[in-house]
Write a protein that binds this ligand. Structure first.
Ligand SMILES: [Zn+2]
Length: 472
């Protein structure tokens, strides 16, 4: 196979010493945070969560020891106890009776803990999981005659609401990761804001995350990344497959989407700091036909992914046997460490650069109400020779926290970036004799201490179907 020209060019550049090795060094602060994640703490959190009997969103709201109300109050108080710098709150909704799963009006509270950023607090990294659980025991057997539409099924959901639903793996494991990271990370300061969220209503149809994501959208929150953890506990599936050295990271199905870019970042940074763990990027939204709390954030336009085990136990999931004995605490702790490395690096890094030209005329260029916004085209071109790759980018805001930039390149069918060229603190760079027609390009910003931003890819808006007027 003929080697694409850009590989040869990039190799020459790498040899000449412009490729940045410095940013691949471990940041001691990030390593310290990763090391501080405690298996004993993770286990303690899951044990306590299981002790509430059930955390079903439709279970008791006011029993001090059992049910969803007691569980959320405990999570709230724990988060508050970790650090006075953590701003802990409930985001509360009263959700109206609808469908079979929400068979009565119900109080739905997400628990939110905010660690405000120092220099760019508008940029937020979310670390999330759901604290509610489910026991589907009253589900009719697969061979049972179909119940009359509506009532019979609804009564099953009502019965399910108070059954024992320990939810150690689904999703006690995810909540343990969120809470342990809140404890460890609240001892440090970051440039960006970290937000730790425990959702309710996941098992009723992603209710808590849908409400939280639309709130973030409405408030125009600068959510840069959502790291959702759901079912990160089991390391053996019912067919006997075992593995505790890999985690699936579900992004979405669209090539070079913000969520896929986040997935690549997780593989790069996660494997760098937790070499015992392999990050398997999955370019699909979730496990086939199933859902998770990252998706509502994607639907609002945010970069969001789901961490999940490659080894689900369907026999225990959504039953009374989803217990600590049927999952692995060290596996959960390792996935929490991957989250810690990623969140800490992102929160210390500059924002991702912008690769589209600023709209001409500034605010005056805002389209009239009702008119579709004009898509911004990326600032990549063929240069004066028409056979080079000429890239430009800009930084949103003061770039005092940027040490320099790196261009990344890959062939159009490669899953991940293949070459990285550090170009210093400039806002344009031309790769001589590199075609922009058989490779994909991106750029990232690197901070003074080596923390790197997400990559911003150069993407052309999709061509729209043309309406052709014909005479006959
Ligand atoms: Zn779940």
């Amino acid at each position: 196979m003929k080697t694409p020209r850009w590989i040869a060019v990039a190799a020459v550049l790498a040899l000449s010493g412009v490729a940045g090795a410095q940013e691949r060094a471990l940041n001691p602060k990030v390593s310290e945070i990763v090391d501080a994640v405690s298996e004993a703490r993770v286990q303690g959190i899951i044990e306590k969560l299981v002790s509430f009997g059930t955390r079903n969103t439709m279970s008791a709201q006011d029993d001090p020891a059992r049910g969803v109300g007691a569980a959320r109050q405990w999570i709230f108080e724990q988060l508050k106890s970790y650090s006075p710098r953590l701003e802990v709150r409930f985001d509360k909704w009263k959700v109206k009776k609808q469908g079979q799963r929400i068979f009565k009006d119900v109080d739905l509270w997400n628990v939110v803990a905010v660690l405000p950023g120092k220099t760019t607090p508008d940029a937020q990294i979310l670390i999330t999981a759901h604290y509610d659980t489910l026991n589907l025991s009253s589900r009719p057997a697969a061979d049972a005659p179909a119940p009359p539409v509506g009532e019979a099924l609804q009564s099953n959901w009502e019965k399910n609401a108070d059954l024992p639903a320990p939810g150690a793996c689904d999703d006690g494991s995810g909540i343990a990761a969120v809470m342990e990271l809140a404890r460890v990370m609240s001892r440090y300061e970051f440039d960006k804001t970290l937000v730790f969220i425990a959702f309710a209503g996941e098992e009723q149809g992603l209710i808590g995350s849908t409400l939280e994501a639309s709130k973030a959208k409405k408030e125009a929150a600068g959510v840069e990344a959502v790291l959702n953890n759901d079912i990160i506990g089991t390391d053996r599936s019912d067919d006997g497959r075992i593995g505790n050295t890999a985690v699936n990271v579900y992004t979405d199905d669209a090539i070079d989407s913000p969520s896929q870019q986040l997935g690549r970042f997780i593989r790069e940074i996660g494997e760098r700091y937790v070499p015992s763990m392999k990050v398997n990027m999955q370019f699909m939204q979730d496990r086939l036909g199933r859902g998770g709390d990252h998706t509502p954030f994607q639907l609002e336009g945010f970069a969001a992914v789901r961490f999940s085990t490659p080894f689900e136990s369907y026999a225990n999931q959504h039953t009374a046997t989803d217990t600590l004995a049927n999952m692995s605490v060290p596996f959960t702790a390792n996935i929490a460490k991957v989250n810690a490395a990623v969140a800490a690096t992102l929160a210390l890094a500059p924002k991702a650069p912008l690769v589209t030209a600023a709209p001409r005329g500034g605010a005056a260029a805002t389209p009239a109400p009702g008119a579709p916004p004009r898509p911004l085209t990326p600032t990549i071109a063929r240069g004066r020779s028409r056979y080079d790759a000429a890239l430009r980018w800009r930084y949103a805001g003061p770039d005092s926290n940027v040490k320099g930039y790196a261009i990344v390149i890959r062939s159009t069918t490669a899953p991940d970036w293949e070459r990285e060229i550090y170009v210093g603190k400039v806002n344009e760079y031309t790769l001589k004799d590199v075609s922009i027609d058989d490779a994909r390009f991106g750029v990232k910003a690197i901070g003074p201490d080596g923390a790197e931003s997400l990559v911003t890819p150069y993407l052309y808006p999709q061509r729209k179907k043309a309406e052709i007027q014909v005479v006959e």
